[in-house]
Design a protein around this ligand. Structure first.
Ligand code: HEC
Length: 408
């Protein structure tokens, strides 16, 4: 036993460090017409959306998923491009040290004829260790935006190309048709696999045309049917008739929480009683309420009913796009992460104190701090003297472990 204790104490850093350091943004790109895109590009700006500080990028896989490492957390502007769909900019807030799952729903591009076009993609060797990309960009309705991008999908980088005669200060101005140049890219061109590079451009109406790889081949693959069978329940990703995306989660029987993804409507309270769902919310500083009903037809799950705000009312219709991920088992997470060192079903000490009745006592066993959810969360995230930090746990995993401990 003593040997085991010493071993665990000394080696946890080795065991745990590889996973909790890395920050990711990941997700699956689905479409407003119920499909999954099978090709496309993503580019991320550090900080505020539309500051054009492009830094990171990646590709959308043939199953619609992406997973991109980020150098830091905080605010990022995420841009998603897939041919036949409207380009989608989104301000996101990234938690460091975890995988941030961002649902993305692309609107259908109803007017593909006005899409900007790329031609003459050239990779020019500047020195042995540096190259530059040039390409021709044309737009029939001459309203190009500032996003002319090259994405290095293997190194997860993105670069913005600017007009050959120099960048335009006002990024809301229409950019000219013509030749565009990348900055000098510190990569050796000799031996570089150009199929790992993507180029994409967008105009001010959020249209993007064909996306090409560095060898000049279109990467387009038609979107595929969304095979997920939607459950007739509330937890999951929903889209409203105001074109906003929401994530609803179950917190307790009959009690839900909801968040609007990239929007300013705040859900304060959400309750379910059989097929009736009531929501209390705030929008533009005013409080509102809604009484919705869950309707389920074959793979078409709707939540609809009247909403009221101080100065307006109307109908709210949500359609479900995605199920919630399978509910996490707090017990399994506890077994996997904590049970080497803690019992939760008996009073004995293992490596650390027993966690039986943790929230039933007023104080925490070791530190003597108040037995609050916040203190327990901080302990799990930051670890202690002989307890490793669990910074890599996702918010929902942390919540599941805390809920498990509350019932013991
Ligand atoms: C490698 C052993 C180890 C693992 C794994 C571990 N702990 Fe601990 N834990 C300890 C030790 C030892 C203490 C006593 C304080 C200290 O030395 O940090 C402790 C203390 C605690 C405390 C009491 C804190 C206080 O303020 O009194 C809580 C709560 C706790 N751990 C929860 C967890 C949870 C939940 C997990 C799993 C996510 C976990 N621990 C995983 C070793 C571990």
């Amino acid at each position: 036993m003593i040997l085991v204790v010493a071993g665990v104490g000394m080696s946890w850093a080795l065991f745990f460090s590889p996973t909790w350091a890395q920050t990711y943004v990941s997700g699956r790109v689905i479409t407003a017409d119920g499909r999954v895109v099978a090709s496309g590009a993503l580019a991320l700006e550090k900080g505020e959306l539309h500051n054009n500080a492009f830094l990171v990028g990646g590709a959308i896989g043939s199953d619609g998923t992406f997973k991109i490492p980020l150098p830091s957390g905080g605010p990022w502007g995420l841009h998603v491009y897939s041919e036949n769909y409207i380009y989608f900019p989104l301000q996101i807030q990234i938690a460091a040290g975890t995988d941030n799952d961002i649902p993305i729903i692309l609107p259908v591009d109803g007017t593909p004829a006005d899409n900007p076009r790329i031609s003459n993609i050239t990779f020019n060797k500047i020195t042995n260790q540096v190259f530059q990309i040039s390409m021709q960009v044309d737009d029939t309705d001459a309203n190009l935006g500032p996003q002319m991008l090259a994405v290095d999908t293997k190194r997860f980088k993105s670069y913005r190309l600017v007009p050959k005669d120099g960048d335009i200060k006002d990024k809301k101005a229409d950019f000219p048709n013509g030749e565009y140049l990348s900055p000098f890219i510190p990569v050796a061109l000799d031996g570089e696999d150009l199929s790992g590079w993507l180029v994409v451009v967008a105009d001010h109406q959020c249209s993007n045309g064909t996306i090409y790889d560095g060898a000049g081949q279109s990467v387009f693959k038609p979107a595929v049917a969304h095979t997920e069978t939607l459950n007739c329940d509330i937890p999951g990703i929903w889209k409203s008739n105001f074109d906003k995306i929401y994530r609803f989660s179950q917190t307790q029987p009959g009690v839900l929480s909801g968040e609007q993804i990239a929007g300013n409507l705040l859900i304060d309270k959400m309750e379910q009683n059989a097929d009736a769902v009531s929501i209390a919310y705030r929008f533009e500083g005013k409080t509102g309420s809604a009484e919705l009903k869950l309707h389920c037809q074959e793979n078409k799950i709707l939540l609809e009913g009247p909403f009221r705000l101080a100065d307006r009312s109307g109908d709210w219709v949500f359609s479900k796009l995605k199920n919630a991920k399978a509910a996490l088992s707090g017990e399994k997470l506890f077994t996997d992460n904590c049970s080497v060192c803690h019992y939760a079903d008996r009073k004995d000490r293992k490596v650390g104190p027993s966690l039986l009745g943790l929230f039933k006592n007023p104080l925490l066993p070791e530190s003597g701090q108040a037995a609050s959810e916040d203190n327990v969360r901080q302990r799990i995230i930051n670890g202690g003297d002989k307890m490793p930090p669990f910074k890599h746990l996702k918010e929902e995993e942390l919540r599941a472990i805390v809920n498990f401990l509350k019932t013991h």
